[in-house]
Write a protein that binds this ligand. Sequence first.
Ligand SMILES: [Zn+2]
Ligand SMILES: [Zn+2]
Length: 286
Amino acid sequence: MAGQMDKRDGHTHTHFCYHGSGDHAELYVQNAIAQGFRTYSITEHPPLPEALTSRIPNGQALIDELAMPMKRLGEYLDMAESLREQYKDSIRLMAGLEVDYIPGMEQWTKGMLDECAGRLEDSLLSVHYLPGKGGWRCVDYTAEDFKEGLVDYYGSAERVYEAYYEAVEQSIDADLGLYKPKRVGHLTLIHKFKDAAAPADPDCCNDAILRILDKVQAKGMELDVNLAGLYQPACREVYPPEWILREAVKRGIPLVYGSDSHNPGHVGRGYDVYEQLMHKLHGERA
Ligand SMILES: [Zn+2]
Ligand SMILES: [Zn+2]
């Protein structure tokens, strides 16, 4: 059964990510080939708008490591395309981005995507930022920052979850132009610190999540089955967890494994877990 699936990693980072290990993307690709991956998407964080970075209160060190500057975007795409050519006999590489959906900055994002016109083959659309205390806050920075910058600001973890899923829903509705990514990145990223700052009602957003899945289906979009959450100590579940994947399968939404590697050793991480999940969920449907 495993051999019938196109072994694919649809979510990976590179040396253009300043919060990763710094290892060259080529080392990630070589690890993917060694593990028998047939398809692999290079999906780096793109540059961020000044309107966002100027209002992140955590300090310059964090801001500097969030994303590449605009002047490096062309160099990044050149790098991905040259690897694609170099390794074309061993693996199908696709150049892409993990695009941020930033509420209210749709025009800027559309402009950035238009700049890449025709060069993006496979991209993700993720929510990493929400308005919070003192400006914009990363939802996935640290548990302390999550509590201080978001939970205290919104009043409870439940309210933070609601704001997050509202942004995810907007991201699916948003007009980001011709090059809008097709795949929703780590749908439940907001669960990253769930054991450190749990919502009183863990099912608080189930209705919103089902509504999001309906929209993903209606728009012909896909879901990133992101294994990174399984290795986060305060999360220990796949983004998104099994019940959501079951609902996605019911709706015929395409699911794509993503390691979300930030170092070469993480390529393919949890692929066995992903395969078991897919066999189980598709088996239930058979
Ligand atoms: Zn992400
Ligand atoms: Zn990522």
